[in-house]
Design a binder for this molecule. Structure first.
Ligand SMILES: Cc1cc2nc3c(=O)[nH]c(=O)nc-3n(C[C@H](O)[C@H](O)[C@H](O)COP(=O)(O)OP(=O)(O)OC[C@H]3O[C@@H](n4cnc5c(N)ncnc54)[C@H](O)[C@@H]3O)c2cc1C
Length: 438
């Protein structure tokens, strides 16, 4: 009998691992488990709704999900419906592919004020993640601040200044389109602690900031390096094109369009100002020494009624998986956590890289599984199914997902790819009445 593997998490790292396992361990039985009804993790709930072509990787995962050796168990949370200990008793190998869905705190005074959001929450809200359906972010203000200098910060800033027509052509849920389109926001500040050479923006995302229908990107020329002399060849190669793009914004006129995105570097937030509600940010000007931003003792304030912190994520603690509190991920050695227990993707490495970066983790860990486990010694899928039945867990399987997906596409706004089901009750109500095979 071949081995059984449970993969906890159906995002890129989970599905790449399943695909690699099919090649590396002939005849193995693979169950992909997700706490949400819909599969694909951040491909569905992280990648921006106006970046549909990036979501096409879903087709590759769909092919894996349809393999006869693979089963999808949606709406099953490990650590809640079934413990990790119980799961390990069922399967020869368990792979944690749970990502890093929790926001890192800003760590400044006042960050608990109304109107301050972590990017996991705000991005989850505009992407229709069930956990954030009722976030109702406070967008009734003229200015917003986005803290962070990576692509997530760019996604947030860009979507806040998109027009209704641009948003309606995406799969952003109606409630988020309405809230953003109705908001009186005119100015979005993107703050980075270090300089433009240190920002993690990628070129495509940066270029888009110069091509917004009703938003203009602004930057102070004094914050840009006059020359790239002094930077290593590698740094120059990686960042010179970004600097060129940012430089092209210098002559932009603030009044050129209705909304503005102000890029402000060398600025570190020290306090969120206001009463119960955020009314502004106090920041310290910095200079970069080596790789670090160092405070200069000069402070300034910006008025804003909304703050999104896009400064990184942590994995969730799951009882039975040793956790590195400092790094916010599972303690592992190249993906091995302990006998029969592995981690891949953001749960293994932390929240860095693009979708494709997770493929290598899947390859590494499936090779470890092939080397570590030669014969089956656990009961596999039937034991897991028995546990779920005993607890009356309503599993959303892949056939259910295909019905949901077909309905999402059918219900889409004109020009939009789909209208997402957001709440679990909605999903279950639909599945209870959907014809079989629909
Ligand atoms: C806002 C944002 C935008 C991004 N945009 C891009 C982009 O444009 N292009 C790009 O290439 N990359 C992008 N990325 C990066 C990309 O999304 C990640 O590299 C990738 O999703 C990480 O995969 P993962 O499988 O480790 O985690 P995830 O995609 O987060 O998947 C984890 C899955 O585990 C499930 N899960 C969690 N806990 C449990 C549990 N206890 N039981 C069962 N299931 C559980 C979750 O529901 C989720 O489905 C973006 C990331 C973010 C945050």
């Amino acid at each position: 009998m071949s081995i059984s593997v449970a993969i906890v998490g159906s995002g890129p790292s989970g599905f790449y691992t399943a695909g690699e396992l099919l090649r590396a361990v002939k005849g193995c039985q693979i169950d992909v488990i997700d706490r949400l009804p819909a599969p694909f993790g951040l491909v569905r709930y992280g990648i921006a709704p106006d970046h549909q072509s990036t979501k096409n990787v879903q087709r590759l995962f769909d092919k894996t999900a349809r393999d006869t050796a693979v089963r999808y168990f949606g709406n099953v949370e490990i650590g809640k419906d079934v413990s990790l200990h119980e799961l390990r008793a069922c399967y020869d190998a368990v792979v944690l592919a749970v990502g890093a869905p929790l926001d890192r705190p800003l760590g400044v005074k006042g960050e608990d004020k109304l109107g301050v959001y972590g990017s996991a929450a705000f991005v989850g809200w505009y992407n229709g993640h069930p956990d954030f359906r009722h976030l109702d972010p406070l967008l009734d203000c003229r200015a917003a601040a986005v803290i962070g200098n990576g692509n997530v910060a760019l996604d947030i800033a860009r979507l806040l200044v998109r027009t209704r027509a641009e948003l309606e052509a995406s799969d952003m849920p109606d409630f988020a389109v309405d809230a953003i389109a109705r908001s009186p926001l005119t100015d979005v500040y993107v703050f980075g602690r270090r300089g433009p050479m240190d920002a993690k923006f990628t070129i495509g995302e940066l270029r888009e900031m110069g091509e917004l229908e009703d938003g203009v990107a602004l930057v102070d020329a004094a914050q840009l390096p006059e020359t790239l002399d002094g930077y290593s060849e590698e740094e120059r190669r990686a960042r010179a094109r970004n600097i060129e793009i940012i430089k092209a914004w210098v002559p932009n006129r603030p009044a050129a369009k209705r909304k503005r995105v102000h890029f402000a570097f060398y600025a570190s937030p020290v306090e969120v100002l206001g009463d119960a509600r955020v009314r502004g940010l106090r920041l310290e000007r910095t200079r970069v020494e080596g790789q670090r931003a160092v405070g200069t003792g000069q402070f300034f304030e910006v008025e804003c009624g909304f703050v999104a912190a896009a400064i990184g994520y942590r994995s969730p603690v799951i009882a039975g998986a040793p956790f590195d509190e400092k790094q916010g991920l599972y303690i592992n050695d190249d993906g091995r956590i302990g006998p029969g227990l592995y981690a891949v993707g953001w749960a293994m490495r932390g929240p860095t890289g693009v979708v494709g970066t997770n493929r290598a983790d899947g390859k590494t860990v499936s090779a470890h599984i092939a080397a570590d486990l030669k014969t089956a010694s656990k009961p596999g899928r039937p034991a897991f199914q028995a546990k779920l039945a005993e607890r009356a867990v309503r599993v959303v399987d892949y056939a259910d997902w295909l019905k949901l997906e077909a309905a999402e596409v059918k219900n889409a706004r004109p020009k939009a790819p789909r209208r997402k089901f957001v709440e679990l009750e909605e999903v279950l109500r639909f599945l209870a009445t959907a014809p079989s095979g629909a």
